[in-house]
Ligand binder design. Structure first.
Ligand code: NAD
Ligand code: G3P
Length: 460
């Protein structure tokens, strides 16, 4: 996965009031006039120009373009003329455009999506050049043809000054660096969506606050914009194959939530919305700890009964954690029943078992999962949890050998959770998460994993 910035919105989204000049139009294409002008009407009129932006002026004029803001932003009260066909919206001022972004049915494929790529050399070629010429990310999503409107860029400042929506999908440990590159270079009115399953582990020079820090809070505070979350039982190679799946969108603003849903949802990628962003994000992070524990179970040769118990106890600990730390924020059990909760635990804990099966049967597994063997996606936490016990190798060595140097998220998150629980005197109530951390950090023998669960509070 990568960080994506896109210039399209699945419906009209107001950007702001911008100055225009009759001798040098900000949005250069005049689509026409309409006495009953509406925002949607102007989008329809601009269809011919395949523009990402529209500007409405003097109530009835419709302008189209691929950029805006050349003459600067104007005070909002200068765009005071209501649209004659929908008086709740504004259609510009005397020399100002009310600018909207969006797209209409049939157009999205023409819109450009810019993908920020951490530049790497693949042989002698730059990864960004490979993506832009061969339309394949040969390192992180090999075998999937990317659409030609997805353009790889390497300059974060350039990306930030261009994108209306910033979508973050990268391992948590790289986020601070990426935010530093974007800071001060984002567009007014831009918003963010985080797909990162993790928690902020802090940086050495900044002592951590109590409890877990959410990555979305880091995005919000660094970039000064709203940040929704999108999490689900989603393995990238399967999504690339357009296999049916679902995800949960956490977004507190119902209008933005509806817009984002229209943007992301496809016939094979179905989305449920819940308001509580925290709970969606925290579920996405904590499931990696449970998946690591499921990997221990597989390595230790316990059967399906034990693994089912581990998954359920992990599930109950996530619920307990969310209620303990985010209960006052109105989190309900409903979140855990979403794709970001139960669904994700299942996909993380079982997927690579199927991969292994597929691999040993010439790749003829029922889900055609052979691709997963060659990528570092599906169920890595389970897989490395298993390998840690089977090989006895240190985690860092396995990360080098099996994840091409990437850090595994489960152990990082488990360490943070352990710290937060210790601060609150809650270690006893979360024996599974605690045991995963102690095993990953070499403080407990894997063989003692199940011993820690015999007196689980769920059974008391
Ligand atoms: N929301 C969801 O439904 C969902 C589903 C699956 C995964 N995820 C999450 O998406 C995130 C990323 O996925 P992934 O772990 O599969 O990663 P990945 O396989 O997409 O690859 C790693 C990425 O890190 C970038 N990178 C490598 N070195 C870097 C550096 N030094 N600085 C900055 N960037 C660097 C690479 O360019 C690449 O894009 C994780 O947090 C994962 O949990 C979310
Ligand atoms: O490979 P994992 O263990 O990080 O899991 C990937 C996704 O989060 C599954 O939804």
């Amino acid at each position: 996965c990568m960080k994506v910035a896109i210039d399209a919105f699945a419906s009209a989204r107001y950007i702001g009031c911008y100055d225009d000049r009759s001798d040098d139009r900000d949005l250069p294409n005049r689509a026409g006039n309409a006495a009953d002008m509406t925002v949607e009407r102007c989008f329809q009129m601009c269809k011919l120009f395949k523009s990402g932006y529209i500007g409405l002026q003097r109530g009835t004029e419709c302008w189209c373009g691929d950029s805006y803001g050349f003459h600067g932003r104007a005070p909002e009260d200068l765009c005071y003329i209501p649209c004659p066909g929908e008086r709740k919206k504004y259609c510009g001022g005397k020399s100002q455009n009310s600018v909207y972004s969006g797209y209409y049915e049939g157009q999205p494929k023409n819109q450009k999506v810019r993908i920020w790529v951490h530049e790497e050399l693949i042989g002698e070629e730059k990864l960004s050049d490979i993506i832009n010429t061969r339309h394949e990310n040969v390192k992180y999503l090999a075998g999937t043809r990317l659409p030609e409107n997805a353009i790889a860029v390497t300059d974060l400042a350039e990306l930030g000054s261009w994108a209306d929506i910033l979508i973050f999908v990268l391992p948590q440990q790289f986020l601070p660096r990426v935010l530093a590159g974007l800071k001060g270079h984002t567009r007014p009115g831009a918003c963010a969506v985080s797909l990162i399953k993790g928690v902020f582990a802090g940086q050495e020079e900044e002592p951590m606050p109590r409890g877990l820090s959410l990555l979305t809070d880091l995005i919000r505070s660094n970039l000064g914009m709203e940040c929704a979350v999108l999490m689900g039982a989603n393995l990238a190679p399967e999504i690339a194959k357009e296999v049916y799946c679902e995800a949960t969108l956490g977004c507190r603003d119902p209008i933005r939530a509806a817009e984002l849903k229209r943007l992301f949802q496809t016939p094979y990628f179905r989305i449920s919305i819940i308001e509580n962003e925290f709970s969606v994000e925290i579920c996405g992070a904590l499931k990696s700890i449970v998946a690591t524990g499921a990997g221990f179970c597989d390595a230790l040769g316990f059967g399906d009964n034990t693994k089912a118990a581990v998954i359920r106890l992990g599930f109950m600990e996530i619920l307990r954690y969310v209620q303990r730390f985010y209960g006052s924020a109105g989190v309900t059990k409903r979140t855990l029943m979403q794709s970001c909760g139960m669904g994700d635990i299942i996909s993380s804990c079982y997927n690579t078992k199927d991969v292994k099966w597929a691999a040993t049967h010439d790749g003829s597994g029922p889900l055609g999962m052979h691709d997963l063997v060659t990528t570092c996606y599906g169920g890595r936490n389970r897989k490395l949890g298993e390998a840690m016990v089977l090989t006895g190798k240190p985690l860092r060595q396995l990360e080098k050998e099996m994840l091409d140097g990437q850090r595994l998220q489960g152990p990082l998150i488990a360490a943070e959770v352990h710290r937060a629980l210790q601060e609150e005197g809650q270690l006893q109530r979360f024996p599974l998460m605690v045991a995963v951390h102690l095993i990953c950090s070499g403080q407990m023998k894997p063989q003692d994993f199940i011993e820690q669960l015999r007196e689980h509070p769920e059974h008391m």
